[in-house]
Design a protein around this ligand. Sequence first.
Ligand code: NYM
Ligand code: MG
Length: 215
Amino acid sequence: SNPNLQSRGALVVLEGLDRSGKSSQCSEIVSYLQSIGLATELWRFPDRDTAVGKMISAYLSNESNLDDHTIHLLFSANRWEKRDKRSLMEEKLKAGTTLIVDRYSYSGVAFSSAKGLDFNWCKVPETGLLAPDIVLYLDITPEKAAERGGYGGERYERLDFQRKVREKYQDLQDASWKIVDACLPMEEVQKKLREHVLELIKACQNGKPFSHLWL
Ligand code: NYM
Ligand code: MG
């Protein structure tokens, strides 16, 4: 049989600036898909529970300082380590589970290149990871994001820096991206995301082939 025509789950990535509403929307989509009987899991990067994730977490909370290249590679390693000898991500998808992923390689490139690291250099360590079937970008200006109760105390959560990150996100957009206005009422954002995801899940059930970064 043609492996390209195997039914599978969808790899859905949500991206956006801090305070764009990604995490809430991710949980919402997962609950919705599960409620209609679709096998779905919520993943997030950084995954702060792994050994590498703990180093990332310490860096983000300013408990440690790392060279910009070093932390970039740790974020990337945090995605690669989820493979752990086999590709857990691919196995889940092949088993029919849809993965809703809160941040992925695009955050890696956008945040590090916003610091001044070379954009193409930032993309290299992500090469060969599974490419998402769709990137749902929750678009918000940093000013509007900051109005939402302001930022927490983590590194990167500053207006001037978020402005640069938004520009880098714009340079990363490709055909797999859907831009959703994050300032619409929550229910409307929710509705748009659900529509995109349901259509995609159908395509994946019909055997949409996998692809890898960078398309
Ligand atoms: N971040 C996240 C990166 O700089 N590179 C990455 O590869 C990823 C996945 O971590 N400000 C940054 C973006 C966020 C911060 O993420 C923590 P979150 O979603 O706020 O926990
Ligand atoms: Mg954050």
